[in-house]
Design a protein around this ligand. Structure first.
Ligand code: AMP
Ligand code: ZN
Length: 112
């Protein structure tokens, strides 16, 4: 996956503003934040999108879903937060390494 932007971030070849890391996921600030808090959570093992998931990914996906609310609370988002996963060109996906957007705080955008 040598031409994958987020794999390069995981490898440290491209800098990121890291917020959290464990053996399975990396979380960093979105470079173009759409809200006061805008983080991206990515699995360390490359997978392009939700479209590519198999049963092998079940554990990391569960880990992502369970880690997102913990991160939100650490970011001070006591009232709640928004998660978005864009899938495919039609879903607005630009970077084809699966990522969950975590958004919250002031200026949280709507769906309009
Ligand atoms: P998506 O449209 O769901 O594929 O979102 C890709 C996101 O990655 C966008 O919100 C971008 O602002 C963000 N992004 C692109 N390059 C970087 C980077 N080098 N560091 C952090 N975020 C990035
Ligand atoms: Zn990748």
């Amino acid at each position: 996956m040598s031409d994958c932007l987020f794999c390069k971030i995981i490898a440290g070849d491209i800098p990121s503003d890291k917020v959290y890391e464990d053996d399975q996921v990396l979380v960093f600030k979105d470079i173009n934040p759409k809200a006061e808090v805008h983080l991206l959570m990515i699995p360390k093992a490359h997978v392009a999108s939700l479209d590519e998931l198999t049963a092998e990914h079940d554990a990391v996906i569960a880990h992502m879903m369970r880690t997102l609310p913990k991160l939100a609370k650490e970011q001070g988002l006591a009232d709640g937060f928004r998660t978005i996963i864009n899938t495919g060109k039609g879903g607005g996906q630009v970077v084809f390494h699966l990522h969950a957007h975590l958004l919250g705080g002031n200026n949280l955008p709507g769906f309009e």
